[in-house]
Design a protein around this ligand. Structure first.
Ligand code: MCN
Length: 780
């Protein structure tokens, strides 16, 4: 490793602009003639629209136009879709109801967009929106998944009878039932995974610009994947042909999954720009974000896990009902199925697994991927149950896990995944050592002496990330292949531009991607520019989610670098009159090994472009591109240990230590990886202790639509994280890398709840374990 290459904790290059307030976000974009938009949104969870009276709104000072769903339909704008087809176990395709970007005759959740008001200023647009009189005929609403499945529940979409979207299964039902029948011990739990509201620091925003002279659209938007946004808006929503639509996702202040999808607002802003003849900008306010960003989790599950008399797992059976909200957003169908049930084997050797998943429409905001997307739900279910089983069996939670670990690879689970490597015992050992597990009894006694309850809990998680390979996801119903692209340009003066389809919205790609180039070409990270987020600059890419930018995006760069190196070596050999095999790349030069003959990159690149002395027949220039499609997912895994002290009088939980021992394969930048784990664990602790989205069951009103009612974790809720890593390289990509972006949010919630339930001696505790909930559990 060089000082700036793979394995170096290089400070984030992008932070210079972020911490000096020089970041350029969608709301910073200003174009000539730009006007502002505000959306008219449904105040009801479920209602028929009888009419819309715009006259008062149009009379508001500064209002330019008020546009509604009928006009959108007249212009042929398509329905929002879910792009991942899931078939029910009877073979029928999922029952997808229509989602109009502006509701035309029915609204289905509080916040459903009904009309857009365009005005000179944002305040005027808002005033105009308040003046739009929508005549609603209120209908009964349902917000809970189980209630929505009841006969006689309000029917939300005509296409989905009984609100059931699909009834899907994976694994062998009969064999699993038989194995459970004959098990020596069965642990059974009913577990709720609480619904979360994503809270990226930057709210969603869109600026639509229609250029009538060129018949061309530009959309600036807070997207994690601008190319997919362009593809979907063009191919499915009929906004514009791809070559007439440019999507730019500039700096984006966090996404955590919530900015993967194409929402109504960007489509409507683009369309409204054409209708009104002015560029239209919309920026969500925080209440809109709470109401309308796609929510996460919201599963209700029953789990049974069977053991033989030697405490080896023989069977696992899961029945899950997942609430997908009022509409199916872009990837929603894949989250409770292929991103969830396929990970139910966890780190364990389980011969029989069966999972049944029903997804349901309710009158709530759409639910889709949120950091971890399905994998936190799987690990929470399994790891809460493993801890409970250890308690029931009277054995150590660590040893029960260790006894059941998969130790031979590749390992085919009964739920599709082929784990290609790992060392689960190593991360368990590393975590127990870092947590001083053996010293827990003494610490517990010391807490008890002060009248406090101390507990320790662990979770051993595995996730599939580096979301690709195209063959696998294609066969499972994804609407697109999931490779990634890259282009490496060595400019004539030897500086380097890397164009990548991965989008960075907090993950530090401008630094880590440059580190890879620095390592390979022997240059400084400062000579490398990472370009992303603009469909006019970068060739088609697939974007950032599923912790894929390292394993898939950087691998594409690595393959492009192979090609650049190969060509550069040919040129160097020709210029230095040496054998190509003798050329080595070191310290910013191409050298003839064992001699003092060398060409610095700038001379070599100049030669490549001036082209007066190139090998016979060689094309001028030095830029190469690559598409990388891995052979498998990558499988980060690890062990998280949480220790808590609970005050039995107030129910307040203090996390006294949190240890994460993770296997991310090759690590490019340890500091960035630590930061990713810190962020993920903070989110996991937020879910475990504080965050819970609540709708009023009768009216369908969102009760947690502000920070007064929805508690995000703050610094004083969190301990110092003790993070460490173990390493087994991923064989599915050339870097041996496994993603780290979601692991913290996947591993931590069960560790926290396992610790609290250990402390209070009552296993009946759901997330969020607020002081009130913990206090009640202590009293029970
Ligand atoms: N990395 C590394 N060594 C590894 C693995 C990764 O140095 N072995 C580096 C990568 O080069 C990259 C970062 O760590 O700079 C994260 O890489 P990766 O795990 O591949 O994840 P992605 O870059 O694809 O980011 C997506 C992931 C997801 S899915 C969510 S959700 C999430 C997350 O990243 N959202 C985030 N982290 C976030 N961090 C911030 N600040 N904001 C978000 O919205």
């Amino acid at each position: 490793m060089g000082v700036e290459g793979i394995g170096a904790s290089v400070a984030r290059k992008e932070d210079k602009r972020f911490i000096t307030g020089k970041g350029r976000y969608t709301d910073d974009m200003v174009v000539p003639g730009m006007k502002h938009a505000y959306f008219v949104r449904s105040p009801h969870a479920h209602a028929k629209i009888k009419g819309i009276d715009k006259s008062a709104a149009l009379a508001v000072d500064g209002v330019i136009d008020v546009l509604d769903g009928k006009q959108l339909t007249e212009d042929g704008i398509g329905n929002l879709i879910c792009g991942w087809m899931i078939h029910s176990k009877d073979g029928s395709p999922m029952n997808m109801g229509a989602w109009r970007p502006l509701a035309e005759d029915t609204v289905r959740y509080v916040g459903d967009a009904v009309a857009i008001v365009v005005a000179e200023s944002r305040a005027q647009a808002r005033e105009g929106a308040e003046a739009v009189a929508v005549d609603y005929d209120e209908l009964p609403a349902v917000t809970e998944a189980m209630d929505a499945l009841e006969s006689g529940a309000p029917q939300i979409h005509p296409e989905a009878a009984g609100n059931l979207i699909y009834d899907w299964e994976i694994g062998e039902s009969a064999a699993t039932d038989a194995a459970l029948e004959s098990a020596a011990h069965v642990t059974e739990m009913n577990i709720v995974n609480n619904r979360l509201i994503p809270n990226a620091m930057e709210p969603r925003a869109a600026l639509g610009l229609y250029d009538a002279a060129e018949d061309h659209y530009t959309c600036w938007t807070t997207s994690q994947n601008p190319h997919v946004a362009r593809l979907v808006m063009s191919a499915f929503y009929n906004v514009a042909p791809e070559n007439k639509l440019r999507v730019i996702a500039p700096d984006v202040g966090g996404g955590f999954g919530s900015k993967i999808y194409i929402y109504p607002e960007e489509i409507v802003c683009l369309w409204a720009s054409k209708r009104t003849g002015v560029p239209v900008k919309w920026v969500a306010d925080r209440t809109e974000s709470f109401q309308c960003d796609a929510h996460g989790r919201d599963h209700i599950s029953n789990i049974k896990i069977g053991f033989d008399s030697d405490n080896r797992i023989t069977a696992l059976k899961v029945d899950t009902v997942a609430n997908l909200g009022a509409y199916m957003s872009l990837f929603s169908s894949s989250v409770p199925t292929y991103l969830y049930a396929t990970l139910l084997s966890g780190q364990y050797n389980i011969a029989n697994i069966h999972a049944n998943v029903r997804t349901v429409y309710t009158n709530t905001a759409p639910v889709d991927a949120y950091r971890g997307a399905g994998r936190p739900e799987a690990s929470y279910l399994l790891e809460r149950t493993m801890e409970t089983a250890a308690r029931e069996l009277g054995v150590s939670p660590a040893e029960l896990r260790r006894k059941n670990f998969i130790t031979e690879f590749p390992h085919q689970t009964p739920v599709i995944m082929t784990y290609d490597g790992g060392d689960f015992g190593a991360s368990l050992d590393a975590a127990m050592k870092a947590a001083d597990y053996d010293g827990f009894a003494a610490r517990k006694a010391e807490s008890e002496a002060r009248g406090k309850l101390r507990g320790i809990g662990m979770s051993c998680y595995i996730e599939a990330c580096g979301i690709a390979p195209s063959k696998a996801v294609g066969a499972l119903g994804a609407g697109v292949g999931l490779w990634e692209s890259a282009e490496v340009r060595v400019n004539a003066v030897g500086t380097i531009e890397v164009l990548t389809g991965s989008h960075s919205h907090g993950q530090g790609h401008e630094t880590t991607f440059a580190q890879l180039v620095a390592e390979r070409l022997g240059v400084s990270v400062d000579t490398v520019n990472i370009v992303h987020g603009d469909t006019d600059k970068v060739q088609m890419g697939m974007g950032t989610y599923g912790s894929r930018s390292g394993a898939v995006g950087m691998s594409a760069i690595s393959v492009a670098l192979d090609k650049v190196e190969a060509k550069a070596k040919k040129i160097a050999a020709h210029q230095l009159e040496a054998d190509e095999a003798d050329i080595v790349i070191e310290e910013g030069e191409l050298k003839v090994a064992g001699t003092d003959k060398a060409l610095p990159w700038f001379q070599l690149a100049l030669a490549a472009y001036t082209a007066h002395n190139l090998p016979e027949g060689m094309e001028p220039g030095l830029k190469e591109s690559a598409f990388f499609d891995p052979s498998n997912f990558s499988f980060p895994a690890g062990c998280h240990i949480c220790e808590v002290e609970v005050d039995p009088d107030t129910g307040r939980t203090l996390i006294t230590q949190f240890v994460a021992a993770d296997d991310f394969g090759t690590i490019i930048n340890p500091m960035i990886v630590d930061g990713q784990v810190h962020g993920g664990v903070a989110q996991g602790i937020g879910q475990a202790l504080l965050e819970g989205c609540a709708y009023d069951a009768e009216t369908g009103q969102l009760m947690t639509a502000s920070y007064m009612d929805y508690t995000m974790p703050r610094a004083d809720d969190l301990p110092w994280f003790n993070v460490t890593t173990t390493k087994t390289e991923s064989p599915s990509n050339p870097l041996g890398l496994k993603g780290c972006g979601e692991a913290g949010a996947i591993g931590s919630p069960p560790a926290v709840i396992n610790a609290i339930t250990d402390a209070i001696g009552n296993n009946d505790l759901a997330m969020p374990a607020t002081p009130q909930a913990v206090w009640a559990a202590v009293k029970r």
